[in-house]
Write a protein of this length. Structure first.
Length: 180
């Protein structure tokens, strides 16, 4: 029985990813879009508001992560993003996790059970999700220090750290005059 479940685990992961609309193969290559990221202000559970423009001004790379409590790949990805947030925040990297659940009680329960060091923002009316054209979860949007979109990544991939490093290197290279 255990062998059967173990053998089915990869298939179940793929099925869960697809059920949330995730497909990491749809990622737009880093640096290919360079359009201005729509600014937004969203509340956290404690009522304090976070504005993208303010966050961008204080960091080199902002990763806006769209997620929901009912999305299995999102639940897998968030602890990984928390580790990356902690590992690279001294280099100017921050995660803004935008929750798109309608049920705030579910969000509160999930966050009580899972502690994250990055801001978790609430978009329960889906305004920011629509402005960013997000139609699958999880979706990650990399934004640079000019508030330009570097890339979109749809679906969870454990290789997201490579994208974090590429984004940080891109911004640093541009700042030092090695790129436009």
């Amino acid at each position: 029985m255990k062998r059967t479940l173990f053998a089915l685990a990869p298939a179940l992961f793929v099925l869960c990813s697809l059920s949330c609309g995730g497909d990491s193969r749809q990622a737009i290559p880093l640096g290919s879009i360079h359009q201005q990221a729509p600014n937004f202000t969203l509340p956290r559970l404690d009522g304090d508001a976070v504005t993208l423009a303010d966050t961008v001004a204080e960091n080199k790379v902002v990763l806006v992560n769209f997620w929901a409590t009912w999305c299995p790949p999102c639940r897998i990805e968030l602890p990984h993003l928390n580790a990356l947030h902690n590992k690279y925040r001294d280099k100017g990297f921050i995660v803004l996790a935008v929750n798109v659940d309608e049920d705030m009680a579910a969000v509160e329960r999930f966050l009580a059970e899972n502690k994250f060091d990055f801001p978790v923002l609430l978009d329960n009316q889906f305004r920011v999700q629509r402005r960013y054209g997000v139609n699958s979860l999880p979706t990650n949007v990399f934004i640079d220090d000019r508030q330009e979109i570097l890339s979109y990544m749809r679906g969870y991939t454990p290789l997201i750290e490579d994208s974090v490093l590429s984004a940080l290197e891109y911004v640093e290279s541009r700042r030092s005059g090695n790129s436009d």
